[in-house]
Design a protein around this ligand. Structure first.
Ligand SMILES: Nc1ncnc2c1ncn2[C@@H]1O[C@H](COP(=O)(O)O)[C@@H](OP(=O)(O)O)[C@H]1O
Ligand SMILES: [Mg+2]
Length: 280
């Protein structure tokens, strides 16, 4: 369990992430150019403004802790593998949603200790009146912040069959086919689409029951929200092994396919196995 993030540090980080969010919103409200990165994904001025603001924040707050950002360029695994503690950030998660201007993008800041996301802030600056944030810390629980209102959050129990449909959240853009195969094996349910890390936050706050991600993501896409989900009593599990996701275990920063849940349950585990089985 980490004691590294004190109350003071947590407040300073939340404030700093909100300041970076305001820089993102300044770009969001005007016209901006969209570049294409080497992997064909889009990049805007907002991604870079947020990257610089978050790196400056973290370097000032904890100069001894290394930082890995989606926009910092590759850091070889030979260097990273020795990191017992580091910051893992996605300055703008959901860049495609940002470009579409549907508000479903986030700034993600995670603290990783021995591969485990132990602290996370997910900030959605375009939602609510002046942004909504989700914060989770191992051993301390999770909360949602809207303006100055701070509400504790917790995953919910799967609704009993016949009472209420399960809520399943999926990506707006990725993995539609396997998502549908998974849903076909579930009891009565409703599906919701959402961009970015907000999908994991919906499970953390009990507004959704499951988020199967049967398509690629990178560790910075999920680590901050994984810290929120686990602090809220839920889990982010490898879809094949049902072991919790861990960061910084290998050369690649790609995640395995995974599922986010409030709790394990044979009904969705069966649907997951069936959806991952290769066609006979
Ligand atoms: N082929 C791929 N490999 C790795 N990550 C991918 C990917 N396709 C999508 N992603 C990740 O999925 C995220 C978007 O997911 P969603 O569409 O569900 O919101 C992107 O985050 P960014 O917007 O930060 O690049 C991107 O990192
Ligand atoms: Mg991302």
């Amino acid at each position: 369990m980490t004691n590294f993030v004190t109350d003071d540090l947590r407040s300073r980080l939340i404030e700093g992430v909100h300041a970076a969010g305001r820089e993102v919103m300044a770009v969001y409200r005007r016209d901006f150019d969209v570049e294409t990165k080497a992997d064909e994904s889009p990049l805007t001025e907002a991604d870079m403004a947020s990257h610089h603001a978050l790196v400056a924040l973290l370097e000032a707050a904890t100069p001894e802790v290394p930082i890995l950002s989606e926009e910092s360029g590759e850091i070889p695994f030979e260097t990273r593998r020795g990191w017992e503690r580091y910051w893992l950030i996605d300055p703008l998660d959901g860049t495609k949603e940002f470009i579409k201007k549907n508000g479903e993008f986030t700034l993600n800041v995670a603290l990783i200790e021995d591969g485990v996301p132990v602290f996370g802030i997910v900030h959605a600056p375009a939602l609510g009146e002046a942004g909504i944030s989700w914060v989770g810390q191992a051993g301390q629980g999770a909360f949602k912040l809207e303006g100055t209102t701070r509400t504790p959050i917790r995953v919910r129990a799967l609704p009993a069959e016949g009472r209420e449909p399960w809520k399943v959240v999926g990506s707006r853009r990725h993995g539609a086919e396997t998502f549908e195969a998974f849903c076909a094996g579930l009891p009565a349910h409703e599906c919701v689409s959402m961009g970015s890390s907000l999908k994991l936050c919906l499970v953390a706050e009990g507004a959704a029951d499951l988020y199967p991600r049967l398509a690629p993501t990178c560790e910075w896409d999920t680590a901050a929200a994984q810290a929120v989900v686990t602090a809220a009593g839920g889990q982010v599990l490898n879809a094949e092994t049902l072991e919790p996701l861990r960061c910084n275990q290998q050369d690649s920063v790609l995640n395995p396919f995974f599922i986010v849940c409030g709790q394990r349950d044979e009904r969705w585990e069966g649907a997951l196995r069936a959806s991952l089985k290769p066609e006979a």
